[in-house]
Each structure stands twice: as C-alpha cells, then as structure tokens.
Design a protein around this ligand. Structure first.
Ligand code: UD1
Ligand code: CA
Length: 454
C-alpha cells in the first residue's frame, strides 16, 4: 500500500501588495477564495490530511474555510517558508509523505503534482521547477552535472546564479520523516534572516536523497497572486480554460473571452451561450438550451430547449423544458416553472410554483404563489404577498385569465377558469368559472371643463 499523503498549504503571508484588509488567500478567483482552489486540488490528490498554515488576518482564514476537512496551524509571526512548514510538522505522521503547496498559487493541476507525490513515495524529493524568460525574484535551481544540488534565493544569489532561468516554484514533496529532520536543521543565516524551506534541497543532496524535478504543462499553473493585477490575470486564464473545456464538449460560446463561470456549469448537447453571461454555484443547462447576452444564472437547473433571452437573472430556481424567459426577467429563490412557461420583460417571480403552459409576459410581480396550468397573467399584475409583517400565499388555479393591472391581496384564491377584469383589486376569493371585477362602473360627465389658468 502506498504511504499516506499529507498536504501542507502555506497561507500565512500578508500580501501587502493586494492593498486590502482581507488576507490574500481569501481573495476570490472564480468566486472561490484562492485558498479554496488549493484545498480542492489537495482533496483531489486524496490527501489523508490537509494542513493549512495561517497567520495574517487571524481567525478569518480558518473561519472562511471551516467546513472543508482541514487542520489549521497558526504561524503567529512569519519567519519564512521553512518556519511556516515547521509549524505543521507535529501534525504529520512519520511514515507518510508530505506535499507542500501555497494558498496563493491557485491553478496547479492535480496531474502536475502527482509525479512529485510518486517521487516522495519512492523515497526521493520531488521538486516542481519551471524555466522562466524573466526569473527575477525567484529562487534559482543550481545544478552540477545536470543534478540539482541546491536552491539559491534571488537576494542571496551571485550574478552567475541570477542568470539561471530554471526557478523554484516552491512546490515540493518528500518523505515526512526526512522533511522533519531537515527542517529541524534549518538556520536563518541569510540576507533576509528567514528560515528558507529551499535550504532542505542541499540537505537532501548531502543525505544522498535524490532530487527529482518535474515541470508543469503550463506556466500559469505555478503563478502566484501578489497583486490585484495578477489576480485579474489568473482569473482570465482560469476562465479561458473553462471556456476551452466547454467548447471541447460541444457548447457554442459566442465569445469564449466573455464568459464567467464561478462554480460548476454542466451543459447538455447543442447548448448555446451568448456574450457576457455569468454562471454561479451549480448551473445545469439541458439539451438545446439557449442563453442570451448578459444573463446571470446562479444555482439553476434549466430543462431542454428552453430559451433565456438577454438580461435575465435567475437565482436558485428550476426551469422546465421548452420555456421562454426574458428579456429582462428576474427569477428569485424558491421558484419552480413547469414546462412551456413564458416569462417576459420586467417580470419578477419569487418562491412560486407555476404549472405547464402558463404565461406572465409583462411587468408583473408574482411572489409566494401557486399557479396552475394555462393561466394567463395580464400586464402589470401584482400579488400583494406582504402585509408589513407576514407573507401570504396566492393560489391561481388552472386556466384562469387575469386582466391587466390587477392586484391580488393574499391570502387569496382564484378558482379554476375564473376571469378577473382589468384593474381589479382582489381581496376575497374569486369563484371558479365566473368574471370577478372590483372597479366602479365607467361614467362620462358631459358638462365637465378642465381648469384654466386665472
Ligand atoms: C519562495 C521561495 C522561492 C520561490 C518562490 C516562488 C523560499 C525561501 N523561497 O520565495 O525559492 O522561487 O517562493 O514563489 O521558500 N509564507 C508563509 N509564512 C512565511 C513565509 C511565507 O506562510 O513565514 C507563505 C506566503 O504566504 C506565500 C508563500 O509562503 O504564500 C511564499 O512566500 P513568499 O514570501 O511569497 O516567497 P519567497 O520567500 O519570496
Ligand atoms: Ca519572503
């Protein structure tokens, strides 16, 4: 059996250049804290324990990721990456292997990390390096006869060492017992007065432990976030990858550069998405669903062949097949639309169930409502669901016709097949099959004169 994998994520740094009160690792990429992306990758690798070393920002970091199967270790003062790993050592089992990741390096793929873990399980030190056109600022990989012998930090490097383009990503894996021994031997006699994790490389070489390097498939996998500009850059790279995967799966994207997925987007066959749409949480689009420009969909399930027109917002709802929504519709939490429901412009629906074939095409508010089949709601209809203290339900049965500019003061029921005349304010139940209206009889006053200026 392969030895246990434990993962230490360094996340104690302040991130001064973010110019923010929020700890750096809690800034969001694709709607999830940077650290959350690293945690997801750690769990994907099957880690028995994921240990987060936090510091700056105090309890904000453990609080933000309280439900994610993590061990938290405080590094109260930051004395370097070696010092950070040192704080986690008591948590690590001697017989296992440890992989060190960084809370501000969010896009490393599990497939890139796997070979490092394999190396550590074979008793070697696995190190992720990358060749950069501009290596300034990074620790350099010093090799002799092709073999890694040590890492020298940029600030401690000679001019010749600074010319080395192969740099340390910081990501490494090693047998935990050896890691503990090496970390215990670290000193801080260097330009920055810090305990460098990178010094363990020379210790491994001295102990006869082979250092095995791997490189990521893409440079962006090892890019860290130090500023808002870098955060925005990684966001675009991530979104580009999401778009690429959707295109590969057969989704039509009007412009892959104008799509934002902040969560999970699952699509059936022949789905098409116009520009500037935002998908949050878990969104499922059935076969042949079309989403118009500038829509925001959050935690939504949309069944096959439904068309969502431009500028529509849907939050926490289920939309049936062959429906038509928008442009400019707003669907709020707790809404369930059955198949073939039409919702038009400037219509807001909240916590309502609407059955097959019903239409609410213009300028209406439908809240806390149960609506039957083939109901037609006229323009400007309002369900008055709130009395200032409590919410009440409106029930509209099958095949009701509601005239324009009608208010239904809940709790109220409109019986099957009833018609409400335009302009009705309904305060009592309307009987099935009948015409109910509340407006006064129309009169014409023949000798009436408009007021004139004196
Ligand atoms: C480190 C490496 C360097 C590598 C670079 C890659 C060391 C000594 N140097 O540089 O070789 O090229 O990463 O980006 O390891 N952190 C803590 N506690 C600390 C110090 C750091 O949690 O006491 C965290 C930071 O929050 C950050 C990460 O560790 O996420 C790296 O720290 P940073 O100071 O950015 O890296 P360098 O030391 O500059
Ligand atoms: Ca540093």
């Amino acid at each position: 059996m392969a030895s246990t994998l434990e993962i230490v994520i360094l996340a104690a740094g302040k991130g001064t250049r973010m110019r923010s009160d929020l700890p750096k690792v809690l800034h969001r990429l694709a709607g999830r804290p940077l650290l959350g992306h690293v945690v997801d990758t750690a769990h994907t690798l099957g880690a028995a324990q994921v240990c987060v070393v936090y510091g700056f920002g105090g309890e904000a970091v453990p609080q933000a990721l309280a439900d994610e199967r993590l061990t938290f270790v405080l590094q109260a003062e930051q004395h370097g990456t070696g010092h950070a790993v040192m704080q986690a050592l008591p948590q690590l089992a001697d017989g296992g292997v440890t992989l060190v990741l960084y809370g501000d390096v969010p896009l490393t793929r599990a497939a890139t990390l796997q070979p490092l873990v394999v190396a550590a399980r074979a008793g070697r030190l696995g190190l992720l390096t990358v060749n950069l056109a501009d290596p300034a600022g990074y620790g350099r990989i010093v090799r002799e006869n092709g073999r890694v012998v040590r890492i020298v930090e940029d600030k401690d490097a000679s001019a010749a060492e600074r010319a080395i383009r192969e740099v340390n990503t910081g990501i490494l894996a090693a047998p935990s017992a050896a890691l503990k021994r090496w970390i215990a031997g670290l000193g801080n006699d260097n330009v920055q007065g810090e305990y460098y994790l990178t010094d363990i490389i020379a210790m491994a070489v001295r102990d006869g432990v082979e250092v095995e390097t791997h490189q990521p498939a893409h440079e962006w996998e090892v890019l860290g976030v130090n500023s808002k500009a870098q955060l925005a850059q990684l966001e675009r790279i991530h979104q580009g990858e999401v778009a690429r995967a959707l295109l590969e799966a057969g989704v039509t994207l009007a412009d892959p550069a104008r799509l934002d997925v902040r969560g999970v987007l699952r699509c059936g066959r022949d789905v098409s998405i116009d520009v500037n749409c935002v998908f949050e949480g878990v969104v499922e689009l059935g076969d042949a669903v079309q989403v118009g420009a500038n829509c925001v969909l959050r935690n939504v399930k949309i069944a096959a062949a439904t068309k969502i027109d431009a500028f529509t917002l849907i939050d926490d709802a289920e939309i049936g097949a062959a429906g038509r929504l928008g442009p400019f519709s707003r669907i709020r939490p707790g809404t369930r639309l059955a198949r073939d429901v039409h919702v038009g412009n400037f219509v807001e629906i909240k916590n309502s169930q609407i059955d097959e074939g019903s239409k609410i095409n213009h300028l209406s508010y439908i809240g806390d409502t149960t609506m039957g089949r083939k109901v037609n709601i006229g323009a400007g209809t309002i369900t008055c669901n709130y009395d200032g203290a409590n919410k009440h339900r409106t029930v509209i049965e099958d095949e009701v016709f509601v005239g324009s500019d009608t208010q239904l003061v809940a709790p109220v029921t409109v019986g099957r097949g009833a018609t409400l005349g335009a302009g009705t304010t309904l305060t009592r139940d309307a009987p099935p099959g009948e015409l109910t209206l509340s407006r006064t009889r129309q009169v014409t006053i023949s000798d009436w004169k408009r007021p004139s200026k004196k």
